[in-house]
Design a protein around this ligand. Structure first.
Ligand code: TRP
Length: 328
């Protein structure tokens, strides 16, 4: 690599299919921006997906749909390999070794896991789910990632990764850097019902939605319940649409705030401005998106090529690990 880079980034996502605005502002936008400064590796965490869904029938299609959007927003697979965890066997190998370097008590204390147990109403825990952060540590450290861009909910996993890296380095030899989490600033974009935007909740605006679909969705979104008709003063702080304006329509935000609080701006007009702003923000992705959506074979080839390149790094690191442990 000829350009001087600041270090290596390992970013990852489970294959959840078409990307939504929350994925974009919480992760992808940041990934694209970081491509020129760092050496990036973009992981598709397809084995991790099994922790909450054993049905694998849609994993490949969801992977391709997701990567179509990654490419559409500007992830450059030439510079930054895109690859599936499942196709690089070293992830499993390193995961096994790492599973010896951490206690179950430590993993049971993981706040992200506790939250999932509560949210998903789980009354028993799959062994692999407990070990989720151990596999994530293998994902990150196999590529000697220095920086991991994640939302707040994933910060505990990066902390566990740091502990495992230190434990390995002190038990055997210094092989791994101690990675840092880079928190995204706009990590939790609300969905159309006010809860975090998420595919499983069904409150999303997709990057592939056209203006008409966005209009239909925004039309139904709840605004400040105290503002019933134009003329009523509204409270932008509690309004979802205002949050979208802040994020996608920065230049008009002050006017909208003034119009809403004075009552001069009605919710319908405000929503129309919001639809226009969101459509404008995602319109630059449409052409590329369409191109790849119609050429899924090409997308799979891009992933396979990423797997070759990522696989070389993974195998080098694994050799260092075996050398450090004197096991072959
Ligand atoms: N756990 C991450 C998520 O749910 C996905 C992930 C898997 C990941 N491996 C990773 C993220 C490695 C960053 C680095 O969002």
């Amino acid at each position: 690599m000829s350009e001087k880079k600041k270090g290596r980034i390992l970013s990852g996502m489970r294959p959840t299919g078409k990307m939504h605005l929350g994925n974009y502002v919480g992760a992808l936008e940041n990934w694209v921006a970081l491509q020129s400064e760092f050496e990036n590796y973009h992981l598709i965490a397809d084995y991790h997906a099994l922790t909450t869904n054993l049905d694998t029938s849609e994993i490949l299609e969801n992977t391709l749909e997701m990567v179509v959007d990654w490419l559409a927003v500007g992830i450059d697979p030439e510079r930054s390999p895109v690859f599936r965890q499942s196709q690089i066997k070293e992830h499993c190998e390193l995961h096994l070794i790492f599973s010896m370097l951490i206690t179950t008590a430590r993993l049971e204390r993981n706040p992200t896991l506790k939250e999932q147990i509560k949210d998903l109403n789980m009354n028993s825990l799959i062994y692999g789910h407990l070990g989720y952060p151990v596999l994530q540590a293998a994902d990150i450290l196999l590529y000697k990632g220095n920086v991991v861009p994640v939302g707040e909910d994933q910060a505990p996993h990066v902390e566990i990764t740091r502990e495992i890296a230190r434990k390995f380095n002190s038990t055997y030899k210094k092989v791994f850097p101690i990675p840092k989490a880079m928190l995204t600033t706009f990590a939790r974009l609300p969905g159309l019902d006010g809860n975090k935007m998420s595919k499983s909740v069904g409150n999303t605006i997709l990057l592939s939605d056209g203006e008409e679909e966005i209009r239909q969705k925004i039309r139904k979104a709840v605004t400040d319940p105290q503002k019933i008709r134009r003329g009523d003063p509204g409270r932008p702080e509690v309004c979802l649409i205002y949050t979208y304006h802040q994020r996608f329509n920065a230049s008009e935000t002050d006017d909208i705030y003034a119009g809403c609080t004075s009552g001069a701006l009605g919710c319908v007009d405000c929503k129309m401005k919001c639809v226009a702003a969101i459509s404008k923000a995602i319109s630059p992705f449409t052409e590329k998106r369409q191109y790849y959506a119609n050429r899924k074979d090409e997308v799979l080839d891009i992933i396979k090529d990423g797997e070759k390149r990522a696989g070389r790094v993974a195998s080098e690191t694994m050799q260092e690990v075996r050398d450090a442990m004197s096991i072959g």
